[in-house]
Design a binder for this molecule. Sequence first.
Ligand code: NAD
Length: 276
Amino acid sequence: MREKLDGKVAIISGSGRGIGRAIALKLASEGARIVINDLDTGPAREAVAEIRAAGGSAVACVGDVTAPDFAERFVGTALENYQGLDIIINNAGYTWDSVLQKMTDEQWYAILDCHLTAPFRILRAAQPHIGNWAKAEAEAGRRVVRKVVNISSVAGLFGNAGQSNYSVAKAGITGLTKTLAKEWGRYNVTVNCVAFGLVKTRLTESAAEEKTARIGGREIRVGVNPGLLKAMEQMIPLGHGGTPEEAAGSVYLLCIPESDYVSGQVLMCTGGLTGI
Ligand SMILES: NC(=O)c1ccc[n+]([C@@H]2O[C@H](COP(=O)([O-])OP(=O)(O)OC[C@H]3O[C@@H](n4cnc5c(N)ncnc54)[C@H](O)[C@@H]3O)[C@@H](O)[C@H]2O)c1
């Protein structure tokens, strides 16, 4: 039986862990060939191995999405290994919180670089290829629909205390999504965004004691206070924080042919929360 994404090539940033990894596994299970990216080599390699062990195809492009040469390398990995690029998922990210008066310029720009500038550069690097393919396909009388899914957050839609940098970046990515949907419609590219609520990953796991992750050469605090986590879950109509697989399902919907006429949208994947 033909899989939904047979032969498609997908690049997914931050896919060594969490939601990105679940997206990679889901798309691969439907026949897509995957370029895994992560800052951390170990998780990236594990994700590649997991996809291959399940009979799928994947390669890794390890590196920091904020590096100036990263976008060309990421797109180049897809072209060299799979000679194409059909699906771009801008997912890599982390949080580095402070109330506004304590937020440093370094904190502000680090989060904007990761969640907003990096996706912009990746999409810009893909454009010449996508433009050329779309032209050639039109001349051959073929219509190939490609997909971009950017990852946002309820923080970007409603704001979240302590996250002015993150909220701005996640709001910005919705603007980039809507603008690019208008620019790339002529290439038959749908450009959408998924805004997550609470999804249980390293980013939001219950952290009774202070846990950190090394990101961009800095030790950044990760995890959420257990009491706060419980209170957040109680607000969710479906009664639980999402699993990475549940989160990945919403991204998958925007990658399959059934969503070929959906573009410029922000889909909330929140277990029913309509605001915070
Ligand atoms: N978990 C949630 O509740 C939640 C809610 C809203 C939005 N999001 C968004 O979902 C996306 C995925 O987050 P997650 O919850 O799966 O977190 P996660 O920490 O489990 O996974 C994120 C992955 O991205 C990688 N990464 C971080 N910075 C990177 C960089 N500069 N370059 C390359 N890789 C990098 C990390 O190493 C990690 O493997 C993020 O954009 C996040 O902001 C998550």
